[in-house]
Ligand binder design. Structure first.
Ligand code: DQA
Length: 156
């Protein structure tokens, strides 16, 4: 029985990847690395099992599908690891979805967007995300997962 105020043990985390990340491994490997999306998802799933986290993974090239996934996960997930790809730089719909769902989102980028082209340095999502990890390649996703688990007590 769950007593009022008691936390359930499992942490549910959504791993969300945006446009063009389905091509990881073959897409500009000198910037984004050689790991494929399947390998990345498997890596995260393994770490999730070790941490007792339930992980659900979703990738889409479509803004609305990402909005829908955030909506659908709003009561299930205690945290989201989100690489929004190029939507990072201009998607107010995704920004609104993060605010609307009140999900704790970690913004993750494989590359360090603060050191790239001027248009990439802007993130319209940064302000509404709980944390961000930049430029650490696939290890950044693992760091984000660990951060979500470690800071679970600060859940909003
Ligand atoms: C990216 C950076 C974005 O600017 C780019 O559009 C991507 C990948 C990254 O992981 O470094 O698709 O989010």
């Amino acid at each position: 029985m769950r007593v009022h105020g008691e936390r359930s043990e499992t942490v549910n985390v959504l791993l969300l990847n945006g446009p063009n990340l389905n091509l990881l491994g073959e897409r500009e490997p000198e910037i984004y690395g050689k790991t494929t999306l399947v390998e990345l998802e498997q890596m995260l799933a393994k770490k999730a099992r070790e941490l007792g986290v339930e992980l659900r993974a979703f990738q889409s090239n479509h803004e609305g599908a990402l909005v829908d996934e955030l909506h659908q996960s709003r009561r299930w997930a205690q945290g989201v690891i989100f690489n929004p790809g190029a939507f990072t730089h201009y998607s107010y719909a995704l920004r609104d979805a993060i605010v609307a769902t009140r999900l704790r989102v970690v913004e993750v980028h494989l590359s360090d967007i603060t050191k790239r082209e001027p248009w990439r340095r802007v993130s319209v999502l940064e302000e509404v995300c709980a944390h961000r990890v930049l430029g650490k390649g696939t290890a950044g996703y693992l760091e984000a997962l660990q951060w979500l688990v470690d800071t679970r007590a600060a859940e909003r």
